[in-house]
Design a protein. Structure first.
Length: 487
């Protein structure tokens, strides 16, 4: 098969404000949930929930210190001061697009202010202008794991309906200010991850709830509010920015059955169906029946006010974007099986797949399957906005970084994207995660590196922060230059 990507395919890379910017308390920025996420290198790689966990005591301790040593997201890679240099490097690689996010706390430090912070607005304006100067189309996520901490402490996060209005106000300010600079938007990063790390996504501190059931009910309530806020943002974006395209963003959590035992197949279907719930709401505009029934069976009282159903129905997304890192396996014998970690829930090991150094199963074919599954269900354009491999990179004596494993990872995934396109899938673009080394979202490690560009900083923030091209830099440049032919 000849590899063919469509003309105008949006090749590029992705980063998120809270993992790269640093400057956590400069120019009027407020504290976000990311600024209290501590460095967790020793948590079992299979224990994803603990990697993310931030309880009431952790918040208290974090708020009492200004130090950033054990709060690496406060430092990031100092993109806040290096963005011009970094964007020039992305331009050199030929990026057509860069996915970035706007830190809500730079615009509204606590979330509930009447007026936005001009310094924050000006920063992103210059960032987007710099991208345009390099012919890089910005793809902007409004909310990527960086809600104001104040809203967690004072409002119980997204459980409170008031947060919908505060977010919509933030979205409107961004659309108004950047309407001539940004055409592609995403509302919430990995909106399905609310149950995997509720604190970071919806500001729910589970310990505050009477029991697990009450916490689960609160998370569903918070999620409902995000769905409504997302739809209202889509509405306003469409009104104010002619030709804008606004997408949802989910984690593609593809699950295979361990065997052809119908019970295994059912379990896998159940997980996959749950993953579709989030896109069903944002693409089809309504809650699927199985979720409504689930609420009933569990006696969950999710408050949906008059008008919500209509908002969801009328303001659906233009495209579906997703992250894809791995696939999972379900089995009726899960309890007896060897487990693997990952950015999904801990699952059964797939004997056919290698794993990364963090135990994430590497499955390029799963990306093709995911693209086909999503396209066949929704018939909407797709955009892979995160995919990549976290690895310990070594700087050789001559200063080079020979990351052949990364090249191999990307090559295998790109081939599968091309195959999916060849099999009748509409795919708009691909942004690798993360195109430059940044702080890991789950463990806050700097040493878990994803980039084509190496950043000289270690887990505790020591280093020159100098940027170096890895071997994969030139390789990706050629891939983009040839629109995939170089594979
Ligand atoms: C995705 C997140 O789930 O996974 C990113 O959207 C994150 O923010 C990425 O960085 C990789 O995860 P990690 O924990 O290796 O940084």
């Amino acid at each position: 098969m000849t590899i063919q990507f469509p003309k105008g395919f949006l090749w590029g890379g992705a980063i998120a404000a809270n993992q790269c910017e640093g400057a956590w308390n400069l120019d009027g920025k407020g504290m976000s949930v990311a600024d209290v996420a501590s460095y967790k290198p020793h948590v079992d790689v299979k224990d994803y929930k603990s990697q993310w966990h931030t309880g009431p005591e952790d918040i208290k301790i974090a708020m009492e210190t200004q130090d950033d040593t054990y709060y690496p997201k406060r430092r990031g890679i100092d993109f806040y001061h290096h963005y011009k240099e970094d964007i020039a490097l992305f331009g050199e690689m030929g990026f057509k697009t860069l996915r970035v996010s706007i830190a809500w706390t730079r615009i509204f430090p606590n979330g509930d202010e009447a007026e936005p912070n001009e310094a924050g607005l000006a920063y992103y304006e210059d960032l987007f202008k710099t991208l345009r100067a390099h012919n890089i189309e910005p793809l902007v996520t409004l909310s990527h794991y960086e809600m104001p901490l104040y809203l967690v402490n004072e409002f119980d996060g997204w459980v409170s309906r008031e947060v919908v209005d505060m977010f919509v106000k933030f979205a409107k300010v961004c659309f108004d200010r950047y309407k001539d600079l940004v055409k592609y938007w995403l509302t919430f990063n990995e909106i399905d991850s609310v149950f995997r790390h509720p604190f970071t996504t919806v500001g729910v501190v589970e310990e505050k709830y009477e029991n697990k059931d009450k916490a689960e009910e609160a998370i569903y309530q918070a999620l409902h509010h995000q769905f409504v806020a997302s739809a209202l943002a889509v509405k306003y974006g469409h009104e104010i920015i002619p030709g804008s395209q606004i997408g949802c963003m989910v984690t593609k959590t593809l699950t295979y059955p361990e065997t052809c035992n119908p019970e295994d197949i059912y379990l896998a279907q159940k997980d996959n169906r749950m993953n579709f719930f989030y896109t069903d709401v944002q693409v089809l505009g309504e809650y699927p029946l199985f979720i409504k029934q689930y609420f009933k069976k569990r006696n969950f009282d999710i408050k949906m006010i008059e008008g919500d159903a209509e908002i969801l129905k009328l303001h659906t997304v233009d495209f579906i974007s997703f992250s894809y890192y791995m696939s999972m396996v379900q089995s009726i014998h899960a309890a007896q099986r060897e487990k693997v970690g990952g950015n999904l829930v801990t699952g059964v090991k797939n004997p056919y797949l290698p794993t990364s150094e963090w135990g994430w199963q590497v499955d390029p074919v799963g990306l093709r399957i995911s693209l086909i599954d999503l396209y066949d269900r929704y018939h909407k354009p797709l955009w892979i906005v995160e995919n990549g491999i976290g690895a310990y990179d070594k700087v050789e004596e001559d200063g080079s970084i020979q990351d052949d494993y990364r090249i191999e990872y990307f090559r295998n995934h790109f081939i599968e994207i091309a195959k999916a396109i060849d099999e009748g899938v509409e795919c708009m673009g691909y942004t690798s995660w993360a195109c430059i080394d940044i702080v890991s979202a789950s463990t806050s490690q700097m040493s878990k590196r994803y980039g084509f560009i190496y950043v000289d900083a270690d887990d505790l923030g020591n280093g020159t922060y100098e940027r170096k091209k890895k071997k994969s830099f030139d390789w990706y440049k050629k891939v983009i230059e040839t629109n995939g032919d170089y594979l």
